[in-house]
Design a protein around this ligand. Structure first.
Ligand code: MRU
Length: 343
């Protein structure tokens, strides 16, 4: 099993996801600022993994604060939280994990050293819980998949795998469970322009596990569906509003539309930490815009004329009505029943 974020020997080790699949490099993070940079530059990415990384980032920041005064310590920790919150806006797991760490700090009685110790324990707990959550999502997802054909071809978008979580994955967790139970024929992985998480990361993860995988470019999905090659679509999520509207990697929305057109079930697999119950619908989900270099340059080569403008939203929002079910650690729910899933 792959673990993209681990606590080891007083520092955090991250698999550098910007270098896969060509190089497998593990970076050591000792300071909260370096963790913020790692999240921003996508050394660590994927909503749940960002949450776990931010939780450790909070502890790293806490241990840098040199005071024994509780009030002063909490003020310093708020600044660390602010730095980590400013890294990426869409994945709510980031804010959820930071919120949980802040709450731990406020609620822990005792001196500053004791608060620091509890913060480390909480970060480790968030990490462990996410792994268990993903395994539960995988098994609930397997139960929710179509019964026919016996061996399914599942299309996925971006990377919602072990690399994007504490391990096992959400959408790829469902794939892993299906593979384990002999219910999977193969995975179709959308390449996922512009950052190519599908071609680089999902494909790499599948190869590591011996799961058969076919990479297609994003614009081939409709054609593959029309040809009858796809039995189900399973994707992850960065933020799900209370009504089930789901923000995920750019291109997910169009995939959901073409899946509906071809009567192919469309599943979202995500932990409850990805649900933002404060937002009634998806309209107010903040969508990250990234640098246009991701569009105009492939490798070292600029591919567009210099006079053009660019628009590079990293996520889109799929309306709940296009989603067959949302799979959480508590089971598979129709988007309209999402509130029930939290109980
Ligand atoms: O920009 P990224 O690579 O962080 O985007 C990741 C996704 O969109 C994933 O599908 C989502 O975070 C779910 S990961 C289990």
């Amino acid at each position: 099993m792959l673990y993209p974020v681990i606590w080891h020997d007083n520092s955090v080790r991250l698999i550098d996801q910007t270098r896969l699949p060509n190089e497998y490099v593990v970076v050591e993070i000792h300071r909260s600022e370096d963790m913020a940079e790692a999240i921003k530059t996508m050394i660590v990415r994927g909503a749940p993994a960002i949450g776990v990384a931010a939780a450790y980032g909070m502890y790293l920041g806490a241990r840098e604060i040199e005071t024994s005064d509780r009030h002063e310590f909490l003020l310093g920790l708020e600044q660390v939280a602010q730095l980590l919150r400013s890294t990426r806006p869409t994945a709510v797991n980031l804010f959820w994990a930071i919120g949980r760490m802040m709450q731990t700090a406020y609620e822990t009685l005792g001196n500053v050293e004791e608060i620091k110790q509890t913060l480390l324990e909480t970060a480790v707990a968030i990490n462990k819980e996410d792994l268990q959550t993903c395994q539960a999502i995988g098994d609930h997802g397997l139960a929710a998949l179509p019964k026919n054909p016996e061996k399914l071809t599942i299309l996925t978008h971006c990377n919602a795998g072990a690399l994007a979580t504490a391990g096992y994955g959400t959408a790829l967790g469902v794939v892993r469970s299906a593979w384990r139970e002999n219910r999977l024929w193969r995975v179709f992985a959308d390449e996922t322009r512009p950052r190519l998480q599908g071609a680089k990361l999902t494909a790499w993860e599948c190869v590591q596990e011996g799961i058969p995988v076919t990479v297609i470019t994003d614009n081939m999905a409709a054609h593959c569906m029309k040809q009858g090659l796809i039995d189900a679509v399973v994707v992850g999520a960065d933020r799900i509003a209370a009504n089930g509207d789901t923000a995920n990697k750019i291109g997910t929305y169009s995939l959901a539309i073409v899946a509906q057109k071809h009567h192919i079930p469309f599943f979202v697999a995500a932990p409850l930490s990805t649900v933002d119950f404060q937002l009634a619908d998806g309209n107010k989900i903040p969508i990250e815009e990234r640098h246009p270099v991701e569009i105009y340059q492939i490798g070292d080569t600029v591919i567009t004329p210099s006079e053009v403008e660019f628009y590079n939203p990293a996520f889109d929002v799929t309306p709940a009505e296009l989603i067959t079910a949302i799979i959480t650690e508590n089971g598979a729910f129709a988007p309209s029943d999402l509130l029930k899933s939290a109980r």
